[in-house]
Design a protein around this ligand. Structure first.
Ligand SMILES: Cc1cc2nc3c(=O)[nH]c(=O)nc-3n(C[C@H](O)[C@H](O)[C@H](O)COP(=O)(O)OP(=O)(O)OC[C@H]3O[C@@H](n4cnc5c(N)ncnc54)[C@H](O)[C@@H]3O)c2cc1C
Length: 389
């Protein structure tokens, strides 16, 4: 084994899980994590949940500093990787350093997408890093008028937090209903009702036509001519894999394709987390996931591959969201369904929506019943195993 060891570029969840599993599995060569952020690897879901509510705005780090010393995991923080030379097995950093590797793990995550219409305005933000979360929390403390662009999960969670803080919230969404492409119209309607019942003004099939103000946004004009006054705009229109630094590596710019073991097309190079387009055995294609559980599992899987271990069983895609004190969980692929059934009472925010295809479970949305997740996950795994590839 070469002594260059593993270089992990990106210092989020996938990187952390990979480093932990390498050391747990007895990997003895150097492990280095390079991260553009100045913080130790930290968890992002609290940024749009607990951190927006709590007084303690500490960075939700996965591990204390001493852990990295104990485990001999070197953190190179506050510096981005600039380029990859896969033939020389070398990563160039923005500060001029070059790191040689035996194995490279690409774990640079994703960036929040921005909208050119809003560039240069001071009171417009996205939410990806802890600093973004702190800014939004400060703004909410002033009970301001907040406009959220995009009714995906991040937009919805911030809208819920802003309402709880007493802010006036307008959500502007291009689609006919929130999450309609993912969950279909019935559940899209449930999300719309949930937010409206908490006082959010949800404007559907709308886009921002014009921005008013110099330096700061004072108002927006929507596609239908309506004018919205605002103190802050949160742009929550999805994410893009963070892979500019791979431009000359030969890897595609739309997400790094990785097989079930986390291997990319380049020898000794693996990818995990939001930057990876991992092979989904159910959809039978590479997909960008953008969710916590897959980033965690993929980080672990890459470590197991490097350690020469057998892969674990494929797990169904899943994510969760917390809004208005409700736990919302989703598993599987609703887009494969030909039927939907609801058990429970959506009006009481207590139900399980099951999506089936030919009578077979393909996805579920679970609201207010967190303990049901284990059983649904098992059912999905069993269905996946019985389905011929
Ligand atoms: C506000 C928020 C709330 C979320 N809530 C949920 C939720 O409720 N449920 C759920 O399932 N998922 C949620 N997610 C998604 C989940 O957090 C992500 O899927 C997960 O963080 C992905 O981990 P990662 O390691 O792939 O990437 P990241 O956590 O994004 O880490 C990548 C790191 O790499 C760094 N980096 C990027 N480029 C370079 C470079 N060139 N050189 C060096 N470093 C670089 C980045 O700065 C970053 O620190 C949420 C995400 C956000 C932002």
């Amino acid at each position: 084994m070469s002594t260059d060891g593993v270089v992990i570029v990106g210092g989020g969840l996938a990187a952390q899980r990979c480093a932990e599993a390498l050391r747990r599995g007895g990997y003895e060569a150097p492990v280095r994590i390079v991260c553009g952020e100045r913080h130790r690897p930290y968890d992002r879901p609290p940024l749009s949940k607990d951190l927006l509510f709590e007084d303690d705005v500490a960075v939700p780090a996965f591990r204390p500093e001493a852990w990295y010393e104990d485990k001999a995991v070197e953190l190179i923080l506050g510096v981005r990787a600039r380029a990859l030379d896969p033939r020389a097995r070398r990563v160039a950093l923005a500060d001029g350093r070059e790191l040689h590797y035996s194995e490279l793990v690409i774990a640079t995550g994703a960036r929040a997408r921005e909208l050119p219409l809003f560039s240069g305005y001071a009171n417009v933000s996205t939410l990806r890093a802890v600093e973004d979360s702190r800014l939004i929390r400060t703004l909410l403390a002033g009970r301001r008028r907040v406009v959220v662009i995009g009714a995906g999960f991040i937009g919805q969670e911030v809208a819920a937090a802003a309402r709880a803080a007493g802010a006036a919230v307008v959500v502007v969404e291009l689609e006919t209903l929130p999450l309609v492409g993912l969950l279909g119209p019935e559940l899209g309607q449930w999300f719309a009702d949930l937010h409206r019942s908490h006082g959010v003004e949800l404007l559907l099939e709308q886009h921002v036509r014009e921005v008013h103000g110099t330096g700061t946004v004072e108002a927006l004009t929507l596609g239908d001519g309506r004018r919205l006054a605002c103190d802050h705009v949160l742009v929550a229109v999805g994410i893009s894999p963070d892979l500019d630094w791979l431009a000359s590596s030969g890897l595609p710019a739309s997400g790094v394709p990785a097989d079930a073991l986390g291997r990319t097309a380049l020898p000794g190079v693996y990818a995990a987390g939001d930057v990876a387009a991992s092979f989904d055995p159910v959809l039978e294609r590479h997909v960008l996931s953008g969710h916590w559980e897959s980033a965690s599992r993929e980080g672990l899987q890459v470590a197991n591959t490097i350690l020469g271990r057998e892969p674990g069983p494929p797990y169904p895609a899943s994510f969760w969201s917390d809004q208005y004190g409700l736990r919302i969980q989703y598993l599987g692929h609703a887009q494969l369904a030909d039927a939907l059934a609801v058990d429970g009472d959506p009006r009481a925010n207590d139900f399980i929506a099951t999506y089936t295809r030919d009578g077979r479970l393909v996805a579920a949305l679970i609201v207010g019943r967190p303990r049901a997740v284990g059983e649904i996950r098992e059912r999905l795994i069993q269905t996946q195993e019985r389905t011929p590839a």
